[in-house]
Ligand binder design. Structure first.
Ligand SMILES: C[S@@+](CC[C@H](N)C(=O)[O-])C[C@H]1O[C@@H](n2cnc3c(N)ncnc32)[C@H](O)[C@@H]1O
Length: 488
């Protein structure tokens, strides 16, 4: 795989909150929120609109659907798919407690507890059990990992607390100085589910159904699915799920879906590569998953986040890692949205979360937008850049160093150490040090790449580490441009 596409893949996971689809106006598709609550169709109560105008526009398409459903208990109607899952739950009397649905179709969603849950609770994994609604095929590669489940990684010493943060509800704060690359906290999620629920059933008005009606139908199914997933949880975990924030109270989302939309983290692709190396090419990989956590879901957003949440497959847990140093008492933040787009676009993405971001970047959009546009326009493949520099003696000796240091400074000014470009430039510096035989500087730059790459793939580091062996002499470009010595 080309390096740039690997870098971009890492970039995709730079924002960690999952964009689980929230409810939108059936006509204009704009999401609702506290300032603009959506209202259900008074007759069928199955679709939502932001106002009378949108409702009028859609009436012709909606009419047959509306007639069919008026007077029926639309919201609690369980569809076939959910009934199957519910039955599997009721039939359970096996030990361990795992209503394994023998799915004919590997893509079929099954309910399962990972690691396995036992009737005798004392046998359960001490780090907790995750209630999962996942495609059938995924269970085997997860459970076949050697030594599964590994213990949940832990911080060197307790590093966080949950506290009230004025203006943003509960949030997380550092209780000791934290260094970039440190694990702050890790946790098995309460539940893991598909980001999108694709309805397996046809809405009652079949071929006449609009996209929005299909969508609403799928949302109702998802709520039913969540009810079953919650019913399988230990009572304290159910209570923890229900206690989480819900920013989707006014948009027609059902309560459990609202909590999912507000609090879930995407698992992303990276954790799968070790256990299913060809996952990107596999037809079954159609379902992206997200998880909701008791503590990690309490972390607030910043457009210059100081931490990142990633999924660690061997322990089946989400791991929170610092991407820059955090002082005692500093709020720990992650990003809920793409960060290199302009402020107005970020605010639009954040609107369904029910707040207006007031971080440093959002407070001075003129300065920040220009810098972020420069960052977004830059693309650098570290290995290609080094090769070009090594093969072209006309390029100044400090050509790459200047460029990378400048870009890293820009990223630091914007609080974007979490961006894939930052570790890419740190890797360029490390490779220049190797090429010029600077052992100590190589190890220092490598340490920086390692810290950031651990935030992407906890415990192991991302693919960039393959370019930077621990022993400087083993680096591919070691001593290849000796006369550029001592530039750093
Ligand atoms: C995932 S929850 C975070 C925990 C939440 N603060 C709580 O009390 O449980 C997301 C919600 O937190 C609040 N929030 C997150 N980041 C915020 C920020 N930067 N400013 C204001 N509110 C924020 C919003 O209400 C949002 O819907």
């Amino acid at each position: 795989m080309a390096i740039i596409s690997r870098l971009q893949r890492s970039r995709d996971s730079a924002y960690t909150m999952s964009s689980v689809l929230a409810n939108v106006c059936s006509q204009c598709r704009e999401p609702g929120g506290p300032d603009k609550p959506l209202k259900a169709c008074a007759s069928c109560k199955a679709v939502y609109y932001c106002g009378k105008e949108c409702q009028k526009k859609q009436w012709k398409a909606h009419k047959p659907f509306c007639r069919e459903w008026t007077g029926t208990d639309f919201h609690i109607k369980a569809t076939e798919a959910i009934l199957r899952l519910r039955k599997a739950f009721e039939d359970t009397d096996a030990v361990p407690v795992d209503p394994w649905v023998r799915a004919d179709d590997p893509k079929e969603i099954i309910l399962t507890s990972l690691p396995a849950r036992f009737w005798d609770e004392s046998l359960n994994d001490p780090d907790g059990v995750v209630e999962c609604a996942i495609p059938a095929w995924m269970k085997e590669p997860i459970c076949r990992q050697p030594g599964f489940p590994h213990p949940v990684p832990s911080s060197a010493s307790p590093a966080h607390e949950l506290v009230d943060i004025p203006g943003s509800g509960i949030g997380m704060r550092a209780t000791r100085p934290i260094t970039a690359g440190d694990i702050i906290y890790a946790e098995r999620p309460l539940a893991i589910l598909p980001v999108k629920w694709i309805s397996t059933n046809v809405p009652p008005n079949g071929e006449f159904a609009t996209y929005e009606e299909w969508y609403q139908y799928a949302m109702i199914e998802r709520e039913e699915l969540l009810k079953v997933v919650l019913a399988r949880m230990a009572p304290e975990n159910q209570a923890a799920y229900r206690a989480l924030a819900n920013s989707h109270k006014c948009d027609g989302s059902s309560p459990l879906s609202g909590v999912l939309c507000t609090n879930s983290y995407a698992l992303g692709m990276d954790p799968w590569f070790d256990i299913v190396p060809d996952i990107a090419e596999r037809d079954e990989y159609q379902t992206t998953l997200c998880g909701v956590c008791e503590e990690l879901s309490r972390i607030n957003h910043s457009c210059g986040p100081n931490a990142k949440v990633s999924f660690h497959m061997p322990s089946f847990s989400f791991v929170l890692t610092a991407v820059r140093d955090i002082p005692v008492g500093g709020e720990i933040t992650v990003s809920y949205c793409k960060l290199t787009v302009p402020t107005s676009e970020r605010q639009k993405y954040l609107a369904p979360y029910g707040f207006t971001c007031t971080c440093k970047a959002c407070s001075s959009p003129n300065i920040s937008d220009t810098r972020r546009a420069t960052i977004a326009a830059s693309r650098q493949d570290p290995e290609d850049a080094i090769r070009a520099w090594l093969s072209n003696k006309k390029l100044a000796k400090d050509h790459l160093i200047k460029d990378s240091l400048q870009m890293m400074q820009l990223l630091e000014d914007e609080g974007l150490e979490v961006n894939w470009r930052y570790k890419g430039h740190a890797a360029v510096l490390a490779m220049v040090c190797a090429a010029t035989g600077q052992r100590k500087n190589y190890l220092q730059a490598r340490k920086k790449v390692m810290a950031l790459s651990m935030a992407c793939v906890p415990g192991k580091g991302c693919w960039l580490m393959e370019l930077l062996p621990e022993v400087p002499e083993h680096q591919e470009f070691w001593m290849k441009r000796l006369h550029a010595r001592m530039l750093l």
